[in-house]
Design a protein around this ligand. Structure first.
Ligand SMILES: NC(=O)c1ccc[n+]([C@@H]2O[C@H](COP(=O)([O-])OP(=O)(O)OC[C@H]3O[C@@H](n4cnc5c(N)ncnc54)[C@H](OP(=O)(O)O)[C@@H]3O)[C@@H](O)[C@H]2O)c1
Length: 295
């Protein structure tokens, strides 16, 4: 309307908007940004020509790539697609970032690292040792992106908890089972991560793209570390449930690929997000409210 003070919105394009992190990014960037989701049913994201046409037409200021073929077992089963989505897609986006001058925000994983010493953390300068198709395909993008475009953030994450459309991932699946009255859940006590809230991560991403942090590689995680057993024990207590969380070695859940177990993250460049226990308390409140609203 004439004379009205309309603030221009910044334009972002998001790959993987329906995933766990994509859901959090969409929520956190809802105000002040036009976040356009790329519908993978309509856009062949493995075709660089298709990507170029899309990006030339939409001209986003920032492209967020939260699309992934995730999970060690899934990537062992479909390695071709895993490399196309986890390595080639981000490399193509990096080439187009250099060509069309948008900023690229890409997400990577702690799964590229070997086990670290008890109580210590992997930082941005820790050497990667990818030992399965998932880790290799993700590490490929970590290496390629900064070699191709100067305008990228590569943000490595640890295990996320947060809202996600079905199917649920490990943490939310366990919480769901506890809420449904499971008397006992067996959870590995030798798998250690820095449990992280996808909403907290998304808020930090917004600080990155709206702030003055130089482009580059960063570890973004809530502060601290926990075994999956410790994490789920705290979650069940916060949910006020009587489910017994039984500690078991991860070898009782055999998988297809070899995997690292102890890969908590911290950054040598930026402060951590708040302690994971605080973030988990917020998530448990929301999770319980949402589930009782659905009942
Ligand atoms: N979740 C975690 O615990 C965790 C831990 C460490 C790092 N990360 C990193 O964080 C980023 C986002 O992870 P996320 O957990 O949010 O991912 P997600 O929920 O599993 O999936 C994100 C998107 O990837 C696409 N996708 C997933 N599986 C697919 C399949 N089999 N075939 C084709 N497309 C598939 C879908 O995109 P469309 O919506 O386009 O269909 C989906 O919405 C990834 O880079 C991941 O490596 C996550």
């Amino acid at each position: 309307m004439l004379g009205e003070d309309v603030e221009a919105k910044r334009k972002g394009l998001i790959f993987g908007a329906a995933g766990k992190l994509g859901t959090a990014l969409t929520r956190v960037f809802a105000e002040g940004w036009d976040m356009l989701p790329v519908d993978s049913r309509e856009v062949d994201v493995t075709d660089k020509g298709v990507l170029r046409r899309l990006l030339t037409q939409l001209r986003p200021e920032v492209v967020f790539n939260a699309k992934v073929i995730g999970g060690v077992d899934v990537c062992e089963q479909i390695p071709g697609l895993a490399f196309r989505i986890n390595t080639s897609l981000p490399a193509h986006l990096a080439e187009l970032s250099a060509e069309l001058d948008f900023a690229l925000v890409h997400f990577s994983t702690d799964a590229i690292f070997p086990d670290c010493q008890p109580g210590s953390y992997h930082t941005e300068s820790s050497p990667a040792v990818p030992i399965n198709a998932y880790a290799l395909s993700k590490f490929g993008a970590d290496c390629l992106i900064p070699a191709i475009t100067p305008k990228a953030y590569v943000l490595r994450l640890s295990r996320q908890f947060g809202e996600r459309p079905l199917p649920l991932q490990f943490v939310e699946r366990m919480m769901e089972r506890a809420l449904l009255g499971a008397p006992l859940l067996r959870v590995a006590d030798d798998v250690v991560c820095s449990p992280s809230s996808s909403i907290d991560v998304a808020r930090r991403v917004r600080e990155f793209v709206e702030g003055a942090e130089p482009f580059g590689l960063y570890h973004v995680a809530n502060q601290g570390q926990a075994s999956l057993h410790e994490f789920m024990s705290v979650a069940v207590e916060l949910l006020g449930l009587a489910t017994v969380i039984q500690a078991v070695p991860s070898e009782v859940f055999p998988g297809l690929g070899r995997r690292s177990s102890v890969t908590p993250l911290c950054s040598e460049k930026i402060p951590p997000l708040r302690p994971w226990q605080e973030a988990l308390a917020d998530f448990c409140r929301e999770f319980k409210a949402r589930r009782s609203g659905q009942a």
